[in-house]
Write a protein that binds this ligand. Structure first.
Ligand code: NAP
Length: 551
């Protein structure tokens, strides 16, 4: 059917063309096809702005891109056979392996027939008379559906570049989240990487191997934890592939949904020697293991946070040879946890190379891009052939607000979320009937594919309940949403995430977004308590939601 025919058939008719429109064909969108189309039997249409499945994993193809969460838990859980069949090659698979994996998932479950690629959703508007969502795309398409399920990715829309003068630059420049498909050649080139979050930290060691010289522009130093990646041998792979339920249970019981046991070692109960041993062991565990298998109270006990911070400071000093560089790389203005820690693949070691240098732009910011490179506020200039920007994202709300989503009486989601974005359990908002977000603001903070698996199963159950009980619409009860917002604020208040996250730039607290009021973007009370809240709603006829039957 042509787009024009779509429009003709949809606009002004009382019955929707589809049961559900899903935005995004990444982890969330694919998982939603399974729940809504294959389990509930709904007619679904997925709209994705990319040319193939993958979402965030399609777009983020910068050099060095790989997962920061163990492959065996950063995956789809919904199909035991699928889990058994895919043999991960590494603990932290590369972006190319993730791309192959998500294509494998989509092919195995015949998902691609439900997806229209290269369609950017521009608007989604609730029609109260016809009780449907009307969704428009950049190519003039109009689609209607009962349920609107934006699974647009929590890091789907990169930050706009804030530096003047880019159009003058005579070299090449790239944004990490919009990397070209053709390989970029750094051999013999002077390269700049701007930004040292999880993305920049993956770029630096990779680019440093071939660039003539790499200059890293760092604003806030991070706690870069050693990833300790390894390849997976066939024997262990066979064992892993039989362990879906084990890992699902392990992750569901871990505060942030990772395949780790929560530490039961607390500052007060340990001697200084024991603390050092615990932190050393956690450092060797690698990845998020340092955070979660170190001191169990590192996020809310000042002493535990202090010794953890000092431990990482010592590690940086012991790895980085040049004292001045080590000092610049050492985070002193916030404690571990206030920002999402990146995983390093010999990140600090890269600064020992002769062809890598570090420039702090903390007190001397980038003022402009010139014809030949980067100029700082004090007038210092650096010349480059290639500049790479890895400036991050407006997490969660960025990709949702890139669409103009309108609820009842034209209510705008962008306006609603201007000060402190929130949605009930990360799923629903009042005045936006049948807007079902797999990962909205105040969804739980943690391992994203696991969180999506849980939230989309909940959405599936809610729709099933509605259809079995003659209910047409669901939305948040405003009082319940206010209460959930309050509870989410309370739970994060005593933690480092909030205490330091208000004053340092962090997407956890939206302080990385120019002009935004600090507010936690996730519910940081843990996966377990969040799942309990979801189950309570299922057990009590969705008491915190407003359900309306046919009129
Ligand atoms: P990010 O963590 O927000 O880092 C952005 C970086 O850009 C920061 O170092 C920031 O400095 C810097 N920056 C921003 N504006 C700047 C400016 N005007 N001048 C100089 N520097 C500036 O973003 P990200 O690295 O893309 O990571 C975002 C999230 O995506 C991660 O935390 C993670 O959840 C996800 N991610 C995951 C993976 C993975 O799992 N493998 C990989 C990459 C990303 P400040 O710190 O001072 O703001």
């Amino acid at each position: 059917m042509t787009q024009a025919q779509h429009a003709e058939r949809s606009v002004g008719t009382a019955s929707p063309e589809y049961d559900a429109i899903i935005v995004g064909a990444g982890f969330g969108g694919l998982r939603a096809i399974h729940s809504l189309r294959d389990r509930l039997g709904l007619s679904v249409k997925v709209l994705d702005n990319g040319p193939e499945v993958g979402g965030t994993w399609f777009w983020n193809r910068y050099p060095g891109a790989r997962t920061d969460t163990e492959a065996w838990s950063y995956c789809m859980y919904f199909d035991e056979d699928l889990y058994k069949e895919w043999a991960w090659s590494e603990k932290f698979p590369t972006r190319d392996e993730m791309r192959r994996y998500l294509n494998f998932v989509a092919d195995r479950h015949d998902m691609k027939r439900s997806i229209e690629f290269n369609r950017t959703v521009e608007t989604a508007e609730w029609d109260e008379d016809d009780r449907l969502w009307r969704v428009t795309t950049d190519d003039g398409g109009v689609y209607t559906a009962t349920y609107f399920v934006p699974a647009s990715g929590f890091v789907g829309t990169p930050m706009a570049l804030p530096f003047p003068g880019l159009d003058r630059f005579r070299g090449e420049w790239y944004m990490s989240a919009r990397w070209p498909e053709e390989p970029v050649d750094y051999v013999g080139k002077r390269v700049a990487v701007v930004g040292t979050g999880a993305t920049g930290v993956q770029l630096v060691p990779t680019v440093s191997r071939t660039a003539d010289h790499l200059t890293v522009f760092q604003r806030t130093p991070n706690y870069v934890l050693p990833a300790r990646n390894f390849t997976i041998d066939p024997d262990w792979s066979a064992e892993l592939r039989e362990s879906r339920q084990k890992f699902y249970d392990l992750c569901s019981n871990q505060t942030w949904g990772f395949p780790l046991e929560n530490s039961e070692d607390f500052f007060e109960n340990c001697s200084a020697d024991e603390i050092h041993r615990i932190l050393d062991r956690a450092w060797e565990t690698g990845g998020f293991g340092f955070v979660f298998t170190g001191l169990g109270d590192a996020f809310y006990n000042d002493d535990a946070a202090r010794v953890t911070q000092q431990f990482v400071h010592e590690k940086i000093r012991s790895i980085v040879h040049d004292e001045r560089t080590a000092a610049l790389l050492t985070p002193t203005d916030h404690r571990l946890g206030a920002k999402r820690p990146p995983m390093g693949h010999d990140y600090y070691q890269a600064f020992n190379r002769d062809n890598v240098s570090l420039v702090s732009v903390k007190d001397n910011p980038i003022s402009e891009i010139t014809e030949s490179g980067i100029k700082l506020a004090d007038g210092d200039e650096y010349e480059f052939d290639i500049i790479i920007f890895a400036l991050g994202f407006e997490a969660v709300t960025g990709s949702l607000c890139a669409m103009d989503i309108r609820g009842r009486n034209g209510a705008s989601l962008r306006e609603r979320w201007k000060s402190t974005p929130a949605s009930l359990l990360g799923i629903c908002v009042d005045d936006f009937p049948n807007l079902l977000m797999p990962h909205g603001p105040l969804s739980v903070g943690g391992n994203v594919p696991l969180v999506l698996d849980i939230s989309i199963s909940w959405i599936e159950n809610a729709i099933r309940y509605m259809r079995e009980n003659g209910i047409e619409t669901i939305e948040a009860d405003p009082a319940a949403l206010d209460e959930y917002r309050r509870a989410s604020a309370e739970v994060v208040k005593p933690t480092v995430l909030w205490q330091d996250g208000q004053s340092t730039s962090s997407w956890f607290t939206r302080t990385n977004v120019e002009g935004a009021e600090p507010s936690a973007i996730f519910y940081f009370g843990g996966v377990g308590p969040w799942v309990e809240k979801l189950k309570e709603e299922e057990a009590h006829a969705y008491k915190s939601f407003v359900l309306r039957g046919a009129q």
